[in-house]
Design a protein around this ligand. Structure first.
Ligand SMILES: N[C@@H](CCC(=O)N[C@@H](CS)C(=O)NCC(=O)O)C(=O)O
Length: 233
């Protein structure tokens, strides 16, 4: 059995972590049975979620996990793609995971509105009650530091929003009139794109980013994936 270690559900999402939502969505796309466990981050093999255990092996990193499971269970969601589609999927996935994701994290953790109305109250629920006055602020400080090191937090809010919106414009243009990112069927790139777009559309998010997803072709795209894979949630 594949055992998946993830951050818990929250904000109306199956996991508060986009990378966990990506993996969970991919597992549903691939129809692979799995058991979900709420992770203890101190046990995370690379200090990050998600990770999986399979036949005594511990595999970190959503991309490595998907490559590994694809080979092991012979379920290649991308078998129908030609080389050009693969390249497009890869480029968009990297943009979403290595850039758009960080604008979302900034929006959740640093923007005062989101912090006060959504993040701090949610984290208070997840930490031991005796430390609820302390831990949210400590975790926020550590996330701010990570975002500064990554680079995104060195910009002002307007610049971060513009950068995020430019990525969403790119995803919408790439999607065109397709049902899924690369055509009429889902592929691995959809799991990744969905995880960040759904986090914006259904979770706490700046109004301008949320509207950019919900009030465009990206809105029905998210709904299509949600209805197909998450209707039984
Ligand atoms: N490249 C990794 C990224 C995973 C990642 O950044 N996970 C975040 C949650 S969305 C995390 O574990 N953050 C905790 C931390 O950095 O302390 C993957 O694809 O799994």
């Amino acid at each position: 059995m594949i055992v998946v270690h993830i951050l818990p559900s929250g904000f109306g999402l199956p996991s508060v972590s986009p990378f966990c939502l990506k993996l969970l969505t991919w597992l549903r796309m691939a129809e692979l049975e799995h058991e979900v466990r709420v992770a203890n981050l101190r046990q995370a093999p690379r200090g990050k979620v998600p990770w999986v255990e399979l036949d005594g092996e511990v595999i970190p990193d959503s991309e490595r996990i998907i490559e590994n499971l694809t080979a092991r269970f012979d379920v290649d969601l991308d078998a129908w793609l030609d080389a050009q589609q693969r390249a497009q999927g890869h480029a968009i996935r990297r943009m979403i995971e290595e850039h758009t994701y960080f604008t979302l994290v900034w929006d959740r953790w640093v923007d005062e509105d989101r912090w006060r109305t959504a993040l701090e109250p949610e984290i208070r629920k997840l930490v031991p009650p005796a430390l609820a006055w302390l831990l949210p602020g400590v975790i926020r400080k550590s996330v701010r530091k990570q975002l500064h090191q990554q680079g995104i937090a060195r910009h002002d809010r307007a610049t971060i929003m513009a950068k995020s919106l430019a990525d969403l414009d790119t995803v919408e243009a790439a999607l065109g009139a397709n049902s899924y990112l690369l055509g009429s069927q889902p592929s691995t790139a959809d799991a990744s794109v969905y995880s960040v777009l759904a986090s914006m559309a259904y979770g706490p998010c700046s109004p301008e980013l949320k509207a950019r997803v919900t009030d465009s072709r990206l809105g029905p795209y998210c709904q299509r994936i949600r209805e197909r894979y998450w209707a039984r949630e």
